[in-house]
Design a protein around this ligand. Structure first.
Ligand code: FAD
Length: 411
């Protein structure tokens, strides 16, 4: 048996990205996934990948393959439609990446395209071992290694076990790591549409009551007439809309979109997703680390869920790579404690921030709705303030980097 195994449980997009990076090292990467991979194509979601994730795709070497299907996200528009039905008044504000010296905020890419490119990449790697339609049923961590057992009877030893099992991680349950949870009485419906007006590479988020209605441009032909919609709302409203016939559904989504893309027509299957926030009380235990949705779940607003997971993966990979370069054990306590120390406060901040954002976007409280509208009005009228709101994000990234360095120095 080799002690140079890393064991990844769960091959959603996060698991696939993690496996692809670790396969770049001199390690055997064993991956367990209960699903049959031929079913990957059922995911109707697209992900707005921010620039750090694009850098990871470049590093793995799959960006050339994905880029033709990736829609640059050039502008971000927020429309506050509260009160529109009564007085026809809306407030809208547009964020331009040039204002913060960026070419785009990122790219919108179909999940199935990303998953299949990552899987194709992995299948060509000799150190990738896929245990498809198999799950881990037990694991025991000792000082020099961790032992795992699978449902099909496989027994393996490795240095590190990474849980990418998603929000209901069994590894997390076996480790008895509990989590804080919040649910919102909300569902997210996702589908693709064609529309009569050009999207001009702009994402539009419409806020009213119940949650955001977000139109994210898709790369199609030069005519730019396709987008993905994520509609978050009360389950009653979502379930009713979900069961409508095509004509009625098209009329409803055209109305919800306030005509910003002209006439809209459904162009795919619809899917419903639960909306919740979750953060585990810990990220690590002996030779085991929880990453991505195994440790944090956020409502699908602000494109933070998977992008935060990519940040987890980048950091875990960096510290493991450094340990490997100095012939150290990647699963030892010191390495995992460093991961937890750095990532925990950052993940906590993100989950809390998105929780507040979602609460504000779904509010029925008149006072909060007025405050939300006034805030957007202020952003619109005061370009310096708006620039600072954009720059604030960049500044937070800078602080995060400083924090990483400080923690490194202390080691
Ligand atoms: C409508 C919607 C839109 C979104 N849009 C964005 C966006 O634009 N930008 C963004 O950053 N994020 C977005 N997100 C969030 C993002 O989609 C999720 O964060 C991401 O898909 C989660 O990936 P994951 O790999 O962590 O988990 P999952 O995709 O849940 O993958 C977990 C994997 O583990 C497997 N598994 C489960 N149990 C076990 C087990 N016991 N053993 C082994 N394997 C197991 C599962 O089969 C699955 O393959 C969106 C989410 C939704 C719902």
């Amino acid at each position: 048996m080799s002690f140079e195994n890393v064991i990844i449980s769960g091959l959603g997009i996060s698991g696939l990205i993690t496996a692809s990076l670790f396969c770049k090292e001199k390690l055997q990467v064993h991956c367990f996934e209960p699903r049959d991979f031929s079913k990957l194509s059922e995911d109707q979601r697209t992900t707005a990948f921010l620039n750090p994730a694009i850098e990871v795709f470049k590093k793995i070497g799959i960006w050339g393959e994905i880029k033709p299907f990736a829609q640059p996200l050039k502008e971000m528009e927020i429309i506050d439609a509260a009160g529109f039905e009564k007085n026809g008044e809306t407030v809208s504000v547009v964020f331009d990446p040039n204002e913060v010296s960026l070419k785009s905020f990122g790219y919108n890419i179909p999940n199935k395209r990303v998953s299949s490119s990552l899987l194709d990449f992995l299948r060509k790697k000799r150190n990738f071992v896929l245990h498809n339609e198999d799950t881990l049923v037990d694991h025991y961590a000792f000082d020099p290694n961790i032992l795992v057992k699978s449902a099909k009877g496989k027994v393996l030893e490795g240095q590190l076990l990474i849980s990418c099992e998603g929000r209901d991680s069994e590894i997390r349950k076996r480790e008895k790591i509990s989590s804080f949870k919040a649910s919102y009485n909300q569902l997210a419906m996702v589908f693709q549409v064609s529309h009569s007006e050009n999207h001009k590479e702009r994402t539009t988020e419409i806020l009213d009551t119940g949650g955001p209605f977000t139109i994210i441009p898709l790369r199609s032909s030069a005519s730019q007439l396709k987008s993905t919609i994520v509609w978050m709302d009360n389950p009653k409203i979502i379930n009713k809309a979900f069961n409508l016939g095509k004509t009625e559904f098209n009329a409803i989504i055209t109305k919800k979109s306030m005509g910003v893309r002209g006439k809209i027509k459904l162009a795919s299957e619809k899917q419903k997703w639960p909306v919740s926030s979750q953060i585990t009380k810990g990220l690590i235990s002996k030779r085991t680390v929880l990453i991505a949705e195994s440790s944090h779940v956020m409502p699908p607003t602000g494109a933070q869920g998977l992008n935060t997971s990519v940040e987890d993966i980048i950091y875990l990979y960096q510290i493991c790579k450094k340990a490997l370069r100095s012939n150290k054990d990647i699963g030892e306590d010191r390495v995992l404690r460093q991961y937890s120390l750095v990532r925990f406060p950052l993940i906590g901040g993100k989950v809390f921030g998105i929780h507040l954002l979602n609460k504000i976007s779904m509010t029925e409280n008149r006072f909060l709705k007025t405050a939300r509208k006034n805030f957007l009005k202020h952003l619109k009228e005061n370009s310096a303030f708006k620039k600072n709101a954009d720059k604030g994000r960049l500044r937070i990234i800078k602080w995060q980097k400083k924090y990483f360095l400080l923690v490194k120095k202390k080691k």
